[in-house]
Structures are given as C-alpha cells and as structure tokens.
Design a binder for this molecule. Structure first.
Ligand code: BGC
Ligand code: NOJ
Length: 814
C-alpha cells in the first residue's frame, strides 16, 4: 500500500496515512464543521478559532517559521529520561513507530518509543466549540514504567493580528485561572470580552504550567521544554507574558497496561451579566457542563461515531465507480472533503492564508457553492443570500464580507467587474440541484438601498445589467480593478511598492476591457435568461438573449485573434493575449470562458482555440495560465508581471482555471483529451510524485509551478482554492455527465474511449438513482438510450417530477 515515501491512501477508512513526520511541507487536515475550526498538521501542529480566524483565535501559531510548523497541541513524554511527543514532533527523537491518519474531520497519531506506545485521536465534535483529544498510552514492555506525560498549548490573545504585533501591550495583559484539572484563559475578559477558553484533562493531574517561559525556558524551544526534561511542572500562575496551558500526569504503567486521558480545549461564551462567579473569578459553570460531554471513553467514541456518520451522510449523495481508481478516490472522498473546507473557510485560514487578511470573497464563495450544494443545500441557500446582501443596486458588489458581521469589507471595496455574474452561477446551480425556486422570491435589499423592497431575483437582474451598463470602446465589458485574475490590473499603473495592486485604481477606467467577462456574460447571461423563462418573464428573457447575442457578435469581432481568443484590451486600447504581443500571447481564462459559453463551435474556432491551448499552454502537470510568461514588470498590466516566470498568475498552472478547459474539451466531444488534462492537475493521480509536488497529495493546491518556472511541478498554497469546486463539478457533470438541470437530471457523458462501463449513484431531489453507463462501442460522447427501471425514456433528461424513491438507470452510449 506504500504509495510514496511519505504515505498512502486508505480508502476503506477514508484516510490518508502519513508515515513520516518529515513531509516536504506540513500536510494538514481540517477539523470542525459548525463554526469552530482547527487546522491540524501531521505532527499535531496548527491552531483553532471560533468562527473568525482573526478575531477569535484560541491558540497561537507561528506561520512561516523555522523549524516549519511551530505551535500546536503538543503532548510530550518523558520516560527514563528520554523525551518525545505523541504527534511525532516537535521533539526530534527518532521514533520506533510513527503514523498519522488524516480522516474526515479527525486526525489520529500513533507513535512508539522504547515500548511506550501512544495513540492520539483529535477532532472537533459536531455542534461543539472546541477540540477534543484522547491520548491513549500503552506500556508494551514487560516491566512497569513511569511515564511523565505533559500536554501543552499556547494561548493566542484572541485577535491574531494584534497578537503578532502589539507586544508592548500584550506582554502585560495575559490572565489565567486554574481550577481542578482545568486551565482557563481569561485575557481581556475583565474588559469587553464575554468569552474565555479552557483546556481540561479528565483525570486528576500531578501539576500544571501556565507561563511559556516557565514551561519551555527562555532559550529552549518546543523541541526541548525545560519542564518536560525535568519531569516536573512548576505549578505557577502566569501574569502577562505568554500564557500557556500544560497538564502533567505522572503515570505508573504495569506491563501491557493502557491509560486514556481526554483533553478538551474549549471556547465558552457567557451573558454579560453572568460573567463572574465572584470578584475576578470567572463563571465556570458552562465549562464543567462542556467537559462532561466528553469525559469518558464511551462518550468520546460516541461523538467520534456521530462525526463519522455525518460524513457518511454527506458523501453518499454522489458515489462514483469508474475504471480510474484515482478518480473514484478523488470524487468519493477527498475532493468533496476539500469542497466542504472551502465552504467553511473560503480563503481565510490555511497554512498559507494567515486568517487575518481576507473575508468571504464574493467571487470565490459564489463559485465554491458548485462543489457542495449537493451536500448542504440549506446552508448554500443562506450563503447565496448573504452574498447577495452585499450587492449594490447598480449590480456591483463588495468584493468580500466579514464572516462575523456579514458586512461588506470597506477596506477592499468593489469594482471587480466579474463579481456580479458569479451570483447567477451560484443561484442557477442551487435551483438546478434542489428545485427550490423560492430563493428567487426571497426579500432582500441591496446594500446601498436598505429601505427599498427587493427580492433576490432583482439581484440577478442587477448583475446582468451591470455588465451591459459598463461596456468599453469595443463593446466588451470593462474590467474594473480586475476580473477573475486578480493580478491583471489594467487600471492600477502602480510604480509605488507600498501600494496594493488589488485596491489601487487610477484613471477613469472606462477603457480597459475583459474578454473573459464577455465569455462569462454569455455563459451566465444565457442562464439568467433561462431563469427568466422559469418565472414566465418572456420579455426579460428575450431582452437578455438579445444582449447575449450582441455580446457574442462583439466577441467574434473584437475578441478573436485568429487562432485563439484575446484576453483583454488595456487602458490604452492595446491588446493583451494576442499573437501581436511578445509576451502573454495567449491566456487560459478567455479560452475557458468563451468556450464554456459555446462560442466558436459552429465554425471551427473552438477546436482551433483548444488546439492552441494544447500547443502553447500545456505542461506536464496541467495547463499554464499564459504564454510566454512576462519577463519584465509592466505597470499597464499589473501584478501578473510582478511574478517570476512560471509562478502564480504569471504562467503558473493555476489549478482553479484548468477545469474550464476540461469542460470545453467535453463540449467539443474530446473525452480522452479532457480526462488527460484532468489527471494532470489533480494530485491524486500522481501520489508517487510528492517529493516534487511538496504539498498534500490529497487536495488541490492553488498553483503548480509551470513549464517556465525554475522548478516546474512544485505546488504551493494548498487547500483553499476554487480548483476544488470546479474540479468536482467538471468531473461529475461534464466528464461523467450527470448534470442536474431545472427539469431533471441531464445525462451527457464525455469519457475516455477505453472506458467500457461505469456507475454513478446520485441522490437528487428526494430520489436515488443508481446509474450504469455502458460504452460498448468505445465512444467519448453520445447517448443512444436511457432506461429507468427497465423502461426507455425519451431524450436524455430524467424528469424529476416523475420519480421518487430508488431507481436503476441504464445508459447506453454509442
Ligand atoms: C495573488 C492572487 C490573489 C490576490 C488577492 C495576489 O497576490 O496572486 O492569487 O487572489 O493576491 O489577495
Ligand atoms: C485567488 C483569489 O482568491 C481568486 O479570487 C482569484 O480569482 C485568483 N486568485 C486568481 O487571481
């Protein structure tokens, strides 16, 4: 089963098993589902927060540190003077055994040294605002052993940004209390906070520490804390400096004996009038009730089983069985898991997103919904409405909102002109999946006109109109600050190193145009027209279709370069992404969007554009964003030209947009090509390549260094990327061809020619379909017949109104 030098997939348990603490980058997992989240590396590094990773951070983490991955929930052992840790690090003692299993919402660490074995199981129980850890320690020796076991976490002083900056204040504010086996973190509780945190142990302890300097020693490190070496806690209360929480258990273990310790790291909110038990003593009642839920092995295991059942429920809505094990594993487990992570966290907190910068992105969060609407439709409805609420009456939108307040983020503002039309995508996709058209009638004001009664449908109209009200000299959509590509800044002209490319805008910006937004408008404008049809708005649908047709004509006239689609016109009206350019002749985004919009399939241009992508943009690990890369900074083009060649938006393989080309290939009917592309940028297809890839093999990274990079194939920025949702959507709907539509399930596969059969189980609007697709003639595309429960149906839509319950569907291609 060893698939590479770092680990392997265990599909039966839906786990990735890591076999060394020394992965090329920390390989992480996400714990938590309902507002409390924890990042957990393969050596128990990481941190946790309640809802907002900036304002409610419980534990401290040191990003980009040396050694890598500094800070976490550490459990140290001292046995006969030898020290190590239950997560495999931060002590670098050579272990006799190490294994980390990242599963669905939990991580498990099994290590052994000198016959002392430990299993640490960590998770965030459902509907719980805290992490729970069980540490089982077994003496496998045939003599009794004394195990000195120490827990350790370091508190963050709540505001993660301030915590890493404002030391003149912070080194004086820290406050803790200790009662029974629980250490309380109450910094700033005396002032405006009505929340505190605690760290408890379910067994009597033999000592504690609350001050980092006491526990670690000023010039020691996480690898060799003084208290662990001494096998002796200091039992001191921290006053300012850096408060921590550590429990000490001195365990006498007979041969073969196992003990189990359960730790809860919890977040508690109290009513303002209920904060104190007595002067300066915090109200601990909620804590005792919290801990009690998890204080026995049985309770712990029940909660873990509930979490497992929760994930089974989420994942059984779509289950595929294809000739490709890598595809099955990706779609059935890891891709859906990553989609839920983007649902929970958008782009806020990973090991590369520090959790202090970004809110929920309008563009990103709308797109992300296409990856999880089938799992959490109710939550998606709310998410779409939250996004819709930060839209202005002219159709523009705040680019981000803050998760705690749901208010638009004024520091970033708006004017990213691709934003509006993503709302049509998320809404259309939601209705197709659920059939719930009532979302359109939901009353919802625009941000700038809170007193005017509007409904969500009006927001889609505003999105549509925003594009046609903001056209440039060629009749193409104005780009504003940027379109999907944040780094194509055509109205920024920055020569000042201290300013942000994303928020700086100069000039009247009425010239620079985006062909990508043109394609996006055609694609989602048509979708808007279909939504108008659903509502019987014949005139509005006709108006929309006329505008879309006009845009197609404009793209034909001003957006086609001869062999591919142009990318944009800059502020001087010059082409970007044209054969006339020396660098950046061709870009992926305008090919993706014009082709997904259906432009050029009737006259050979679509195939020409796809062939240009193949000859100019294809690399070993996917399709690069542009070619040739920019070699010099150009203030008229912006941040894209700031990156070294082959990285990020400057000709990196920006995985988010690779699926767009895969969709286009399926529309062109080239199933072998589509699948080949898909397998290049999906890391699950090449787990043996991880020394080069570096980031986790079980999730998409935002970027893989492109063919022009100094070191092609290195991935960066794992986990929080639109690649997750787009890949799942593309594979299930366009390759496997099971496509929810307004009236039912549309079946339109485009597969590799050597697939003879595959199966998809799909829950859809209250019915379950067990769909077998047979491909006796080795084609890529073309459905010749569909039988539902043995009866042939007309066409290739399984009408949802006809079916409930469970059904067998047989599709024959040819
Ligand atoms: C990155 C983009 C990102 C943007 C906004 C840029 O530096 O290259 O990928 O979307 O910042 O934060
Ligand atoms: C990452 C951002 O989150 C996303 O919104 C953007 O589309 C891509 N970068 C490309 O610049």
């Amino acid at each position: 089963m060893q698939e590479n030098e770092y680990g392997y997939f265990d599909d039966a348990n839906r786990e990735f098993v890591i076999t060394t603490p020394y992965t090329p980058t920390p390989w992480i997992n996400y714990l938590g589902n309902d507002g409390f989240y924890a990042l957990m590396s393969n050596t128990a590094g990481g941190y946790c927060f309640y809802r907002d990773p900036k304002f409610r951070r419980l534990t401290r983490y040191r990003y980009n540190n040396i050694p890598a991955d500094s800070g976490g929930r550490y459990f140290y052992f001292n046995v006969d003077g030898e020290t190590w840790a239950a997560g495999g690090r931060p002590v670098d003692t050579k272990l006799d055994k190490y294994e980390c299993r990242h599963g669905m919402g939990y991580s498990k660490f099994n290590v052994e040294k000198n016959g002392i074995e430990s299993t640490l199981t960590s998770f965030v129980p459902l509907k719980t605002t805290g992490e729970v850890h069980r540490l089982q320690i077994t003496n496998n020796n045939d003599v009794a052993k004394t195990v000195d076991s120490f827990s350790f976490i370091e508190w963050c002083l709540w505001n993660a940004e301030d915590d890493g900056a404002n030391f003149q204040r912070n080194l004086s504010t820290g406050e803790v209390e200790v009662e029974k086996n629980t250490i309380f973190h109450k910094t700033e509780f005396r002032e405006r906070r009505n929340h505190y945190a605690f760290y408890s142990c379910n067994r009597d302890i033999d000592g504690f520490d609350t001050d980092r300097q006491d526990f670690i020693g000023t010039y020691n490190s996480f690898a060799n804390p003084k208290v662990v070496a001494d096998a002796q806690s200091t039992n001191k209360i921290a006053h300012g400096w850096s408060p921590i929480a550590s429990h000490h258990n001195k365990l006498e273990l007979a041969p073969g004996e196992t003990v189990s310790l359960i730790y809860v790291l919890g977040y508690v909110e109290v009513e303002p009038e209920d904060k104190w038990e007595s002067k300066a003593v915090i109200n601990k009642k909620p804590t005792w009730a919290f801990q009690e839920q998890f204080d026995t092995d049985e309770k712990f295991e029940n909660e873990l089983a509930k979490l497992e059942a929760y994930w089974t429920g989420l994942l059984e809505n779509i289950v595929v069985d294809t000739p490709s094990d890598s595809l099955n594993r990706s779609l059935n487990i890891w891709n859906q898991y990553q989609n839920m992570t983007t649902f929970n966290l958008s782009r806020s907190a990973s090991f590369y997103e520090s959790g202090i910068g970004r809110g929920m992105g309008f563009r990103d969060s709308n797109q992300d919904t296409i990856g999880f609407t089938h799992m959490v439709p109710g939550e998606v409805r709310q998410r779409i409405l939250d996004l819709s609420a930060i839209q202005m009456s002219d159709g523009s939108a705040y680019h981000q909102y803050q998760p705690l307040t749901k208010k638009g983020n004024a520091n970033v503002g708006g004017n990213f002109n691709d934003d509006p039309m993503w709302l049509v995508l998320s809404t259309a996709n939601y209705i197709k999946e659920t059939g719930d058209t009532s979302i359109l009638d939901q009353e919802l004001a625009f941000e700038d006109t809170p007193d005017v009664k509007n409904i969500h449908f009006d927001h889609l109209t505003a999105s549509f109109n925003h594009v046609i009200n903001n056209l440039g000299p060629h009749g193409l959509p104005l780009i504003g600050r940027a379109d999907w590509n944040d780094c194509l800044n055509l109205n920024c002209f920055s020569t000042e190193p201290n300013e942000s490319y994303q928020t700086t805008q100069r000039g009247d910006s009425k010239v620079a145009e985006s062909v990508m937004i043109a394609g996006q408008f055609v694609l989602y404008g048509n979708e808007y027209a279909r939504i108008c049809d659903l509502r019987g708005l014949t005139d509005e649908a006709a108006r929309a279709r006329a505008e879309v047709a006009k845009m197609v004509a404009t793209v034909d006239q001003h957006g086609w370069d001869g062999e591919w689609f142009i990318r944009a016109y800059d502020s001087r009206g010059e082409k970007i992404g044209s054969n006339e350019n020396e660098e950046g002749k061709i870009f992926i985004e305008s090919q993706g969007f014009c082709l997904m919009a259906g432009i050029g399939y009737d006259d050979g241009r679509a195939i020409q554009a796809l062939d240009s992508v193949n000859s100019m943009l294809l690399a070993e690990h996917g399709i690069v964003l542009n070619n040739p890369p920019f070699s010099e900074y150009n203030k008229f083009i912006g941040e894209i030209t700031s990156y070294p060649q082959g990285y990020k938006e400057n000709a990196g393989i920006f995985t988010h947009n690779n699926p767009w080309i895969v969709v286009a290939e399926t529309m062109a009917g080239r199933g072998d090509q589509a699948f080949d592309y898909f397998s290049r940028f999906t890391p699950l297809f090449r787990p043996q390549d991880m020394a080069k890839h570096k980031t986790e093999p079980y999730c998409y990274s935002q970027m893989i260094a492109g063919k022009d990079a100094a070191i092609p194939g290195e991935a960066k920025n794992s986990w929080l990327t639109g690649a997750a949702a787009w890949s799942f959507y593309t594979a299930t709907q366009y390759i496997l061809g099971i496509m929810p539509d307004y009236s039912g399930l549309l079946i339109e596969p485009c597969i590799p020619t050597d697939w003879t059969t595959y199966n998809v189980k799909r829950n859809f609007r209250g019915a379950s379909y067990d769909i077998t697709i047979n491909n006796p003639n080795g084609v890529s595309k073309g459905v010749v017949s569909i039988e539902v429960d043995g009866n042939a149906i007309e066409g290739n839509i399984i009408d949802f109104a006809t079916f409930s319950g469970t059904h067998k569907v047989v599709v024959t291609m040819g």
